[in-house]
Design a protein around this ligand. Structure first.
Ligand SMILES: Nc1ncnc2c1ncn2[C@@H]1O[C@H](COP(=O)(O)OP(=O)(O)O)[C@@H](O)[C@H]1O
Ligand SMILES: O=C(O)C1=C[C@@H](OP(=O)(O)O)[C@@H](O)[C@H](O)C1
Ligand SMILES: [Mg+2]
Length: 186
């Protein structure tokens, strides 16, 4: 699909960041606030395979998961007006970075390791890359992954925000940037 010509207001918004920072939760709330369509790429992958992510990893392996992740991001990133939450590993693929940075507004949702590790107990069950790994190992992954998120249009530090507050923060920032970029009357 060719989408050049989309104005900044029409471009889809992509939420990136490490597993568990709140991309799915905050993205869904943001979509409600901005009256946009919400797409969670992991949920779309689960629909396509008709199984949960841990089963996809187990049965088909990570490579198959990554290929489907790219295919779906390619589709949704070229549509207008979506709020798209991608998985925390999506930006490891350069093609996905390029697609999102070119076609969408990319928001990096960040929390510190100190805040993140308090959440670990609610995250491990359905995230195959966390399961069975030591805290030290997970910290290394957390730090390694930061480099892939450095390509973004805006970064939001959301450590101290409840999900609803984080969504308000993002919505306010987006509206402000849309005002700044609004065409001026002649
Ligand atoms: N701002 C927040 N504060 C506290 N917990 C949160 C917040 N945002 C999300 N959560 C919780 O953290 C877990 C992971 O959230 P999720 O949206 O699935 O993250 P991601 O999509 O980035 O992996 C969920 O249990 C969710 O309820
Ligand atoms: O970081 C990753 O490699 C992954 C993150 C997960 O999504 P969330 O970031 O939404 O947890 C999911 O795509 C899969 O378990 C792999
Ligand atoms: Mg998610």
């Amino acid at each position: 699909m060719r989408n050049f010509g989309l104005s900044i207001r029409e471009k889809s918004i992509v939420c990136i960041g490490f597993m568990g920072v709140g991309k799915t939760t905050v993205g869904k709330l943001l979509a409600l606030k901005l009256y946009r369509n919400f797409v969670d790429i992991d949920a779309e992958i689960e629909k396509e395979f008709a199984m949960a992510i841990p089963q996809i990893f187990e049965l088909y392996g990570e490579q198959v998961f990554r290929a489907k992740e790219k295919e779906l991001i390619e589709r949704y990133s070229q549509q207008p007006l979506n709020i798209i939450s991608v998985g925390g590993g999506a930006f490891l693929q350069k093609e996905i970075q390029d697609l999102c940075m070119t076609n969408c507004i990319v928001l990096f949702l960040d929390i510190s390791w100190e805040s993140w590790k308090d959440r670990i107990h609610i995250l491990t069950d359905n995230r195959p890359l966390l399961k069975g790994r030591s805290l030290e190992d997970i910290k290394s992954l957390f730090l390694e992954r930061q480099n892939s998120y450095s390509l973004n249009h805006s970064k939001f530090q959301i450590d101290n925000f409840k999900a609803e507050e984080a969504a308000d923060y993002l919505a306010d920032a987006l509206k402000l940037s849309w005002e700044i970029h609004a065409p001026q009357p002649k």
